[in-house]
Design a protein around this ligand. Structure first.
Ligand SMILES: [Zn+2]
Length: 188
């Protein structure tokens, strides 16, 4: 009979619960259950999340040390091309026994559930202003195209024909017309 598991990121620790000094290493590789992150880049739903979890039974509960590897995807914050890059985080957290009341995370029956911890750690590590490369030149303000390297070859000033047209008005042939005499009938 299959035992119900609380969630895909839960690790059964029954064999080390209440046995201080016991330790286990568990490797998990799971798809992200949903998109993690709301910024320009995120870990996509179903992206693989690789976790190496070291679980150590201590007096207060189960001490977790984990390395998490995945990949984020999204767009460069300057030039908007698609980017993808690895994301790696290290986590250490105590899952306390229920009577401890000292931790945000608890050992639940015979397991620890890593999902919230892993998700929060990954989301916090995502770059707020991701770039495709450190010196990404961004978009050309005139054309909206992604600029290539800053070689200067494409730095031509755009000619605005509206200004050329305005120049016609600077040579007005009628400016020599005699001024009409002052009709100032100032009476006192
Ligand atoms: Zn870029």
């Amino acid at each position: 009979m299959r035992k119900h598991r609380p969630g895909p990121f839960a690790i059964n620790v029954r064999d080390i619960v209440r046995h201080p000094g016991e330790m286990r290493v568990v490797d998990l590789e799971l798809p992200a259950p949903e998109k993690w992150g709301e910024g320009l880049v995120s870990v996509a739903e179903a992206e693989q999340i690789a976790i190496r979890a070291r679980l150590e039974s201590v007096h207060e509960g189960i001490l977790l040390s984990a390395s998490v590897d995945s990949e984020y995807t999204g767009v460069c914050g300057r030039c908007l091309i698609d980017i993808a890059a690895p994301v790696e985080v290290e986590i250490q957290e105590l899952f306390a026994y229920p009577e401890q009341e000292t931790s945000d995370f608890e050992v639940q029956d015979d397991h620890v559930d890593l999902e919230t911890l892993v998700r929060d750690a990954i989301v916090l590590s995502l770059p707020f202003q991701p770039v495709c490369q450190p010196d990404c030149p961004g978009l050309d303000p005139a054309t909206g195209e992604r600029m290539t390297e800053n070689t200067g070859a494409e730095q031509r000033e755009p000619v605005d024909t509206r200004w050329a047209a305005l120049q016609d008005y600077t040579t007005d042939p009628d400016t020599d017309a005699p001024r009409v005499g002052a009709e100032n009938t100032e009476e006192s």
